[in-house]
Design a binder for this molecule. Sequence first.
Ligand code: ADP
Ligand code: MG
Length: 392
Amino acid sequence: MNVHEYQSKVIFQTYGIKIPKGYLIQSADQVEPFARKIESDEAVVKAQIHAGGRGKAGGVKIVKSIDGVIDAVDQLLNKPLVTHQTDEKGEMVKSVYLEEACKIDKEYYFSLIFNREKACISFIMSQEGGVEIEQVDKEAILQIDLDKGEALNASHVKQAQEFMDCPLTAFSDLMVNTYQCFNEKEALMIEINPLVLTHSGELIALDAKMSFDDNALFRHPDIEGLRSEESDELEKAASEVGLAYVKLEGNIGCLVNGAGLAMATMDAIKYVKGQPANFLDVGGSADVDKVAKGIELILSDSNVQGIFVNIFGGIMQCDTIALGIVKGLRETEHQVPLVVRFEGNRADYGKSILEQSEFDILFANSMDEGALKIVTKTLKGGQIHEYLGRRA
Ligand code: ADP
Ligand code: MG
């Protein structure tokens, strides 16, 4: 699970990691009261989306007056922001973060990751902050690996501090505090880019990105509580009609019966390099209305670009699912390619209902074929070469 910059910064603060003073704005009437609290000459208005690259895309605006804050919020709030990390439709900005501007002497890159390849925790840092770490020369990056549970010691800190050429006490505090935060919260990543050295010699996290291990969230209700409001709304709507639905970050909606089949379907999509947009189990006893609601729910997620319906008709009859699909599609305007795989009870009947409907539905004979069909169907021209490269 990823959280927003302002949420990461709240967590940072509890660990003594320094951040600029800031305020979250979710509606126009909050702008002026918060703008008046800014004590620095300049302020920064930052779009809160789950993607980086905001600076280059106009999502981070430096302003000098209360009117400047009002204008900047007006330009960002409730509008989509497209960055090199979003798709071409961008991500809707549902909140902005207003913070005091820092007087920056130098920008660094600093992160901590759960390193799956080496099965350890890695600090990754560079004096070349502000840019994507992938573009920094290898010689300009320092990586320090620690075994899980290993204590940070003075030689790690010294090695890093000399490499980064930062004030010792401030840097040592930063390493100790981020490491403690990472471990206690069972994070998968803490990224501070840029970490800045200010005119007064402080090290401050200007940007903050954290992600967490979903499987450990039950131990961290405070982090679980940070889930974005959009997913909360969809998950609430689903639980009201008795559907097991979890929003994920991909673009392929899945409608499946049975939790095991739902997991296998997500695996099949990932296996062909697709990303599921949700987990949705309609259960064994769903009726037409419940299936229709499931389809509507999937389509109300603006990230969804294709749907894979994967049904094993045991107790469930495939014609019930087919009628639900048609009903759901008729009730929503957002239409996307849809691939259906029916197996078992009344599969042929279900298929013929869909064939005779006004919708252009594709069919698959197996789960793997269905996953591949929907993933390739959602690729745009330019992405196909890249996709073939990735699959090869
Ligand atoms: P992103 O990584 O999405 O582009 P950042 O939060 O890193 O967004 O902001 C982009 C740039 O904007 C930073 O590299 C920094 O130069 C500047 N910036 C961001 N926040 C502040 C701040 N509080 N004070 C001064 N400059 C800032
Ligand atoms: Mg950044």
